[in-house]
Design a binder for this molecule. Structure first.
Ligand SMILES: [Zn+2]
Ligand SMILES: [Zn+2]
Length: 342
């Protein structure tokens, strides 16, 4: 089968002809119908975040059709529509049994630590296969398992309550779900902060108030729009020290900043005025939980989370095309979500 693989960090991904993966007794073989190209994949290709063992097929946002199941698998048969929960965990350690399985020491991420979905087929342990409702297209099933799920987890971590105000820094793949999820949680006002005016069109479609950080300090703009109060919850989805600081600075008294974007750089904070005096909180967000996925699938199935309408662009399973998409993601380009449809 054809697979687009990371051979050497810092070099373009390459197409390889490899065998269809064998399945163990508890595995499911899936014919990939959609694989999302994620900003994290650009980090793996660049070597900023180690993906191994190499060579490795990237792709952690996957949806498709069950082709074959191992002898010990119950609940799935060939032909079932599924999407993939990308975290493979042991299921027995204290973190797994407490429902915080993203901290499982044995955790492996599909598309980072084991072969992912930039291929015609993928083999995953049966617990990572999640039934995809007929109403949800494969492309949406793929991307909701990463960006949308992480946005949902961020709001859960930030304890967003009805009537509160929200600022979302970065209207990319996660941001466009976050804007809608904020509405689902009953947010009174949602401010969409970005530097790319094209992102505001999508944000406004979901009644978010655009804040253009390219034309003025977003913190001041948010203060003005909230009559000096600030917001109850700020989501940082960019991964830059400057936007992390802005997220904290835009908080109201008792506000919570949930940091989702990845960076290794430190960011500054003025402890008294920005944290202590307002009892604000800075919350780290890592991945999402298996328990959040059914909620998310239901939101998409019932149309409360709309991932259609110009949000997704599809491309073929070609190394040159995929590398081009990753190049644009590195430069924070215009594409909202790009999905490979093999
Ligand atoms: Zn992703
Ligand atoms: Zn575990």
């Amino acid at each position: 089968m054809k697979a687009i693989r990371l051979i050497k960090p810092g070099s373009p991904l390459e197409a390889q002809d490899i065998s269809i993966p064998p399945i163990g007794v508890r595995d499911v073989l899936i014919r990939v119908r959609a694989a999302g190209i994620c900003h994290s994949d650009a980090h793996y290709r660049a070597g900023l975040s180690p993906a191994e063992p190499l060579p490795l097929t990237l792709g952690h946002e996957v949806a498709g059709v069950v082709e074959k199941t191992g002898a010990g698998v119950e609940g799935f048969t060939a032909g079932d529509r599924v999407c993939v929960h990308y975290l493979v965990t042991c299921g027995q350690c204290t973190f797994c049994t407490a429902g915080t399985e993203q901290f499982c020491a044995a955790a492996q991420m599909i598309g980072k630590h084991r072969d992912g979905g930039y291929a015609e087929f993928i083999a995953v342990p049966a617990p990572s296969a999640v039934r995809l409702p007929d109403e949800i297209p494969f492309e949406q099933g793929a991307i909701l398992m990463c960006s949308s799920a992480t946005s949902l987890h961020a709001f859960n971590k930030a304890r967003l309550r009805p009537g509160e105000t929200v600022a979302i820094f970065g209207i990319g793949g996660l941001g466009i779900s976050a804007v809608q999820l904020a509405r689902h949680f009953g947010a009174a006002e949602v401010f969409a902060v970005d530097i790319n005016p094209q992102k505001f069109e999508i944000a406004e479609r979901f009644s978010a108030i655009p804040v253009n950080a390219a034309t003025g300090n977003p913190v001041e703009q948010i203060r003005e729009l909230t009559r000096g109060r600030g917001v109850d919850v700020a989501l940082e989805l960019v991964g830059l020290p400057a936007t992390m600081r802005q997220a904290v600075q835009s908080l109201a008294i008792l506000g919570r900043a949930a940091l989702v974007g990845l960076t290794r750089e430190a960011f500054e904070i003025a402890p008294y005025s920005e944290l202590l005096n307002k009892e604000t909180e800075i919350i780290g967000v890592s991945d999402h939980l298996a328990s959040e996925i059914p909620v998310l699938l239901d939101l998409v199935r019932t149309g409360k989370l709309d991932l259609s309408r110009g949000i997704i662009r599809t491309v073929s399973l070609e190394a040159g095309t995929v590398n081009g998409v990753l190049d644009r993601l590195e430069k924070f380009g215009d594409d909202v979500r790009v999905v490979i449809t093999p």
